[in-house]
Design a protein around this ligand. Structure first.
Ligand code: SF4
Ligand code: SF4
Length: 150
């Protein structure tokens, strides 16, 4: 008799467990789909999204004067800037602006300290690569391939 009760109890508890699981499945089946079929579908980025640093593009090009505030402030030491003057009376103007994105923490200090507001966060997020050495980018070369976004 005891064996029969144990058998029936096992059947009933298994049926209850199955019904509870199916209930969860049905409940989620009736809710709106929450997944996105990336990369065919993409969610809008939040306003505060911080992508890799870029030079802001102005109609006359970039506004970096190679003052060095950003590379002196950068806690990771990943910025290298070199400026040139076309003539002695001209303002300095950045000719090379390298950042090693494999070590950049996107802290934003370089954006904040820039006296020219020459830097900004991009909206880029697909930045993976096969080697960390490919993380070194020249922002001036990258700017030349961008549209003007003041
Ligand atoms: S975001 Fe921060 S870590 Fe990255 S380059 Fe700017 S100061 Fe350096
Ligand atoms: S980006 Fe701004 S802080 Fe950095 S060197 Fe250029 S002007 Fe100076």
């Amino acid at each position: 008799m005891r064996a029969l009760w144990e058998y029936l109890w096992g059947v009933l508890s298994g049926a209850w467990s199955l019904a509870a699981g199916m209930g969860v499945t049905l409940r989620y089946m009736l809710q709106p789909v929450a997944t996105v079929q990336y990369p065919r579908q993409r969610l809008p980025l939040p306003e505060a999204f911080r992508g890799p640093i870029r030079l802001r593009a102005f109609p006359d090009g970039h506004h970096c004067v190679a003052c060095g505030e950003c590379w002196r402030t950068c806690p990771s030491g990943v910025i290298k800037v070199q400026g040139l003057k076309a003539q002695a009376k001209d303002h300095n103007r950045a000719r090379y602006f390298f950042i090693d994105f494999s070590r950049c923490s996107l802290c934003g200090l370089c954006v904040e300290v820039c006296p020219q507001q020459a830097l900004a966060f991009s909206r880029e997020y697909e930045t993976v690569g096969p080697s960390r050495y490919l993380g070194v980018k020249d922002l001036i070369a990258a700017l030349e391939q961008e549209e003007v976004v003041p």
